[in-house]
Design a protein around this ligand. Structure first.
Ligand SMILES: Nc1ncnc2c1ncn2[C@@H]1O[C@H](COP(=O)(O)OP(=O)(O)OP(=O)(O)O)[C@@H](O)[C@H]1O
Length: 282
């Protein structure tokens, strides 16, 4: 299988934080959502992928090229959206367009202005006068206006209202229609990721908890609501995590390991994440 992005045993140590032995494989043509709590290590991972900071150990390939040795040869093919605008904010869209023409051989100004129009972004307004949402939309328009084969995005939809987010998710899905294109996106808006992603990678305190196809996660797990007494009758290995409430317990369970006539509700990605790291089985 061809991987658009691969991290092998990637480690980065800061004074108070360690990104510990990260392994991620994003198959070409797919969207991977990268989720985790504040401070889990998402931005650090993305900066390592983009070679903005040095890793201590491990290997990273983007579009099959080592990100330290061959990065220049694939820069045109990587669209980047970070959570803060990296454009000189005294410039407007027309001026940035001129600038981008010089940076990217494959810059497509027609597409750029079309996207700005679609996003209702004025061409003559300085970036410093944009709202946060407008800045994000502007960055997304830039990332889609050169020959990007992979989009790498850190919180690209944060600060955007649901209507614009929906519009942007559609644009991501359109981008992925070309099967050679891929997306790696971090977000705290798990419901957005659940709509569009093929894979979900969950990072917690610097370690990958799971990195799996979304459909397999949704198929594998379910939520069982029962009393504590009933839970005791269930095989320990069938239970991934529990949450107590005043009516009894809720447990994230492996559906295929539950025998008997229990009612098992669907688990969403947010449930699956929370149960993996919340209370442990007693
Ligand atoms: N340059 C740095 N020096 C020291 N520690 C750092 C540095 N950059 C990040 N860290 C630490 O690394 C940890 C992970 O930060 P990171 O920004 O990767 O988290 P995150 O998952 O992106 O969080 P958020 O969702 O809040 O954006 C934090 O504890 C942060 O303080």
């Amino acid at each position: 299988m061809e991987y658009a992005l691969q991290l092998i045993n990637v480690t980065k140590q800061y004074k108070d934080f360690k990104l510990d032995n990260i392994n991620i494989k994003l198959p070409q043509g797919c969207i991977m959502g990268f989720v985790g709590e504040n401070g889990a290590g998402k931005s650090t991972t993305i900066k390592l992928i983009l070679d903005l900071i040095n890793r201590d150990r491990g290997q990273i390939t983007v579009l099959g090229k080592d990100n330290k040795i061959d990065f220049n040869s694939i820069k045109e093919n990587i669209g980047v959206v970070m959570d803060e605008s990296s454009f000189p904010d005294n410039l407007n869209a027309k001026e940035i367009n001129k600038f981008m023409k010089r940076i990217y051989k494959t810059w497509d100004e027609d597409k750029f202005f079309k996207l700005l129009k679609q996003f209702s972004i004025a061409e003559d307004k300085s970036i410093k006068d944009y709202s946060r949402g407008m800045k994000m939309k502007f960055s997304i328009a830039v990332s889609l206006s050169h020959d990007s084969k992979i989009l790498i995005m850190d919180e690209a939809t944060s600060g955007l209202d649901p209507i614009v987010r929906e519009e942007i998710l559609d644009i991501f899905l359109e981008f992925i229609q070309d099967e050679s294109n891929s997306i790696f996106i971090s977000s705290h808006i798990i419901s957005d990721l659940e709509k569009i992603c093929d894979y979900i990678t969950f990072i917690h305190r610097g370690k990958v908890v799971f990195s799996e196809p979304k459909d397999e996660l949704l198929e594998k797990y379910g939520i069982l609501k029962c009393s504590e007494k009933e839970l005791e009758k269930i095989e320990v290995s069938a239970v991934k995590g529990i949450r107590k409430n005043k009516f009894g317990v809720e447990a994230l369970v492996f559906k295929n390991k539950i025998k008997g006539s229990y009612v098992i509700d669907k688990a969403n990605i947010e449930d699956i994440m929370l149960f993996h790291v919340k209370e442990q089985v007693l």
